[in-house]
Design a protein. Sequence first.
Length: 307
Amino acid sequence: MTTATPTTPARQFKLKAEDRPAGSMTQSEAIQHHYDNDTRFFSLWLDPSLTYSSGRWFDPITGADLAADLTAAQDEKLRFHLDAAKVEAGTRLIDIGCGWGATLRGASQDRGAAYALGLTLSNDQLSHIESQGWPNVEARLQDAYTFTTDEPFTAAISIGAFEHFAKPNMTRPEKIEIYARFFETMAAALTTGARFSLQTIVWEDVDFEHSNTSLPETVFPESSIPYIEEVVEASAQTFRLVYLENDPKHYATTLQHWINNIKARQDDIIAEWGEEKYNFFYDYLRYSRLAFTRRKNSLARFVLQKR
């Protein structure tokens, strides 16, 4: 491995999760631990839209390729969710865990949504969205579980947030209860018949006991990945399941592109943020890819409709 000699002092790396007692982080702190690591740092190895979730590379039925590169795969993923949620001119969209705002931008600029609201717990992401000046777009630093509205939304999307709702060492009934409360909150914010497009990492070839110890606390503290059946059961009282995709190859391919990108910018990253931060993210991406190639994890997309 080559390293660069920093021309300026490396920026301080975020506090490691293992330096804090288990269970001591709030949900906001847990999100900020990972995502508030400087938007410019992420911009060096994500695609131009700053989309930090799996792209959509192929058709799940035919296997036909949909994208030749990372940018195209993220555009295809965004198109899928906007179509699934039926976002069009006049739509009021809520995006839970909106990241750096790619979905909000697409709803506003490509679909003519009347209003697109994104909820995030990341200060860096909020600042980035607010700086863009996208019409009819608003972002809030707010927990989804506290959200209420006087004017219902007509569509909902959530990409990569669901993994953060349950906590490590919860029993299966406890996880389902937490997820059910989220779906109840979403249902209360939506009009009857509204579509909700949800993307999340799921456990696949891992038993429940092992799943509670498999997600590194150093990467995503206070988080617990769901199983597909937990999502289906938790949503059944408030939403109908319209469509489901489940394939780990989408995320394995996305992660390989991120790995290639971060390796290509290794010297720049080490010069500004330090070798520890580079190694942390490089190793996390490599081990994550391994989990998908071995089908320990998979990538699921649910299309739901409010009852």
